[in-house]
Ligand binder design. Structure first.
Ligand code: 3HC
Length: 319
């Protein structure tokens, strides 16, 4: 303890603070921005939350490409709502990162300069409107599987943000599945478009859960701190088990000849994921990485005047 004075009560020393933090985690209570936390916990959270926020914002692009070409007013209204939801998710998450001392402009710069990652999945192009349905079904489905447990993450602002995000993701998943159901009841050409989109997005969806557990440097510490609740492989398996019956109901084939139910476990076995492709994509060399970052850079640069104007207006009012 530091010595108390008349004006200042005794401050707890670092060991006491660490003990309080450990007890909070052990009791499965939430850590809040006002609480002391180890530097590694703070940095690890900023890393994960920033990557998550970047993914939501970059994730607006592949589907945003179809806003002007949606096949009906109804589809356009749904897609607009969905893309706007993703922007909102990014904003909640950047705000959560700010509660940890991160600066939003700095996070954006790190994304644009390639110093921060974002989800591999958004580096694939959307070639047909069936891709919009498949992103809803498979990509948002994977996001739900990964993010529902994050509603119990140990950091309060992140956990609370995830509750709303997950509710909205459920709508995203359903609109995707409903779109695909409609196409599957359509023409042979539409059914072929759906199958082609499933063939292209299935394996990248499995990669969203991250590298295998024995090659995941952050998992052990993240799980010990209650930031993550389940391992990458555990969630990936849950996702496969959930998706296979949905694919059957839809009438599409998942592009994996090794996919089969293991009667001894009741779970689906699946083939080998191409981890070389995953590494290429997360190191900036996927099919659409350059385009995604170029657009994000243009959005930052072209809209800098809005931030300048809003800042000047706020300063004028404050004075
Ligand atoms: N894409 C890009 N990078 C990935 C990745 C992926 N799919 N999976 C893992 N990585 C990166 C990690 O960030 C880490 O990089 P770093 O150490 O340089 O920061 C490295 O690969 C090793 O992976 P780890 O397994 O050790 O990393 P984590 O323990 O952080 O696990 C994670 C990765 C499962 C993605 C975890 O961070 C997580 O659950 N994050 C929150 C969810 C999230 O960010 N989802 C992104 C998609 S958002 C979305 O789909 C919404 C949509 O509707 C728009």
């Amino acid at each position: 303890m530091s010595a108390p004075t008349l004006d200042r009560p005794a401050a707890p020393d670092e060991a006491a603070l660490q003990a309080h933090f450990d007890a909070t985690i052990a009791a499965d209570k939430r850590v809040e921005p006002r609480d002391w936390m180890p530097e590694g916990y703070r940095k690890g959270l900023i890393r994960q939350i920033a990557q998550h926020a970047h993914s939501e914002i970059i994730g607006m692009q592949p589907e945003g490409d179809w806003l002007l070409a949606a096949p009906s007013l109804r589809r356009k209204a749904i897609l607009l709502a969905k893309v706007q939801d993703e922007a909102g998710h990014g904003m909640y998450l950047y705000s959560a990162a700010e509660t940890l001392g991160a600066d939003r402009a700095d996070l954006t710069d790190k994304l644009i300069e390639g110093r921060h990652k974002y989800s591999s999945i958004f580096n694939y192009p959307t070639l047909t409107y069936a891709d919009v349905g498949v992103i809803g079904w498979l990509v948002d489905g994977a996001a739900i599987c990964n993010q529902v447990p994050l509603c119990r993450s140990s950091y309060g602002p992140y956990a609370r943000a995830m509750i709303r995000v997950c509710k909205e993701e459920s709508f995203h998943q359903r609109q995707g599945y409903e779109l695909l159901m409609t196409m599957m009841r359509g023409t042979d050409e539409q059914r072929a478009m759906v199958q082609d989109a499933v063939d292209r997005w299935w394996w990248p969806s499995l990669m969203m859960f991250g590298p295998p557990d024995d090659d995941s440097p952050n998992s052990a510490q993240s799980m010990a701190w209650g930031i993550k609740r389940h391992s990458n492989d555990e969630l990936r398996q849950r996702y496969v088990d959930m998706s296979v019956p949905q694919a059957e109901a839809l009438g599409v084939t998942l592009p994996d000849p090794e996919l089969r139910l293991d009667p001894s476990t009741g779970r689906y076995r699946f083939g080998q994921i191409d981890w070389d492709e995953f590494k290429r994509v997360i190191s900036g060399n996927g099919p659409a990485n350059a385009e995604r970052i170029a657009r994000r850079r243009a959005a930052r640069d072209d809209n800098a005047w809005v931030i300048e104007a809003a800042t000047a207006y706020a300063e004028k009012h404050a004075s």
